[in-house]
Design a protein around this ligand. Structure first.
Ligand SMILES: C[C@](O)(CO)[C@H](O)COP(=O)(O)OP(=O)(O)OC[C@H]1O[C@@H](n2ccc(N)nc2=O)[C@H](O)[C@@H]1O
Ligand SMILES: Nc1ncnc2c1ncn2[C@@H]1O[C@H](COP(=O)(O)OP(=O)(O)OP(=O)(O)O)[C@@H](O)[C@H]1O
Length: 302
């Protein structure tokens, strides 16, 4: 069943019970990622530019009259209790005090430990979608604050618009970069975000940006960078080799703490042409950058 906002009037709560409804849980990329400082609790203050991709996990939700929250499709390597999907559903259930439950399944296509924000995106989709289906009526700001406790990337996925982000990634200023096409590549390694952020040699003092610097059109230029990239290149030769190969063809940069790299093109054809030439052992997909997340195109997030 496809979600439709017309069916969520207060009188229609039963409309959703026992119906399987699909929601997208998209990837993000960080067009740049500057680390501008560190807070006393160890978290880093960032300046980053988030854009969504039209490439998503699909989460299917079936609201039940029984109160339990069940994840029917466990993710390999993640205990259900640790899964951000289950954590988000439990958090929302206790916040909105509903007697309803939910059966959840996910078709996972986003690589884990890739810097595409998959776990945070899953959590955000659960918060935004169940807020509608359980008729919790929390505002997006309330959902974003709730989600921030699960991961620094959750608020951007809850709000669903491309943004210049500050703080740990939760202070959002809307901005609309070009909706370019990207070849997203990943060598055979996963990178722990926590390990990157705890490395002593990570640069943490990039000067903060002025508002004028955001009026440029091209964010993959020398004025912007990813502060995690040099460290990752040093420790993961697979990423170093991949990036060195890609930049020969088109502007390329690592997203988040890696291991995925994005390469920018003005057309889908060009992105697919380079994808066809990729060296063996590299997983990849082609996607378009979106300034409104696919979730928010379905559910009016803003
Ligand atoms: C790298 C980014 O993806 C950029 O968008 C995010 O900053 C990471 O977001 P995330 O995966 O949702 O991060 P969390 O799950 O909140 O944190 C994972 C680990 O990364 C570190 N961390 C994360 C975000 C941040 N601004 N500073 C940090 O130091 C913390 O040590 C934390 O233990
Ligand atoms: N639903 C989930 N999907 C993916 N990972 C999850 C999920 N729930 C918990 N995790 C844990 O989160 C870790 C990071 O996964 P994720 O896909 O968010 O990585 P990432 O893309 O590198 O994230 P980021 O860009 O936010 O740093 C996984 O290795 C896994 O242990």
């Amino acid at each position: 069943m496809t979600y439709s906002s017309h069916t969520t009037s207060p009188t229609s709560i039963n409309h959703f019970i026992n119906k399987a409804i699909e929601f997208p849980s998209p990837a993000k990329i960080n067009l740049f990622l500057h680390i501008v400082g560190q807070r006393p609790d160890g978290y880093h203050n960032l300046e980053t530019l988030f854009q969504f991709l039209n490439y998503s996990d699909t989460i299917t939700l079936t609201v039940t009259e029984q109160p339990s929250i069940s994840l029917l499709t466990p993710i390999e390597g993640v205990n259900n209790e640790d899964n951000l999907i289950v954590k988000a559903a439990k958090l929302l259930k206790s916040k909105c005090n509903t007697s309803l439950g939910v059966n959840i399944s996910i078709n996972k296509v986003l690589p884990m430990g890739g810097g595409l924000g998959g776990g945070s995106s899953n959590a955000a989709t659960i918060l935004v979608a169940l807020n509608k289906l359980w008729q919790c009526d929390l505002s997006l700001n309330e959902l974003a604050i709730l989600g921030l406790g699960l991961g620094a990337d959750v608020p951007i996925f809850v709000h669903g618009f491309s943004a210049f982000a500050q703080g740990v990634g939760e202070e959002l200023t809307p901005i609309e970069p070009l909706e370019s096409w990207y070849l997203i590549t990943k060598p055979k390694c996963s990178i722990s975000t926590q390990q990157v952020f705890t490395a002593t040699e990570l640069p943490r003092n990039t000067p903060t940006l002025s508002s004028q610097s955001l009026t440029v059109k091209d964010f993959i230029t020398e004025n912007f960078h990813n502060d995690c990239q040099t460290l990752v290149i040093k420790n993961y030769p697979e990423v170093a080799k991949l990036l060195a190969w890609l930049v020969e063809y088109a502007p390329s940069r690592m997203t988040g703490t890696g291991a995925c790299v994005f390469t920018r093109f003005s057309s889908q054809d060009e992105a697919q042409a380079l994808q066809a030439k990729l060296p063996p052992g590299i997983s990849s997909f082609v996607a378009q950058g979106l300034n409104k997340s696919p979730l928010c195109s379905l559910i009016a997030c803003m």
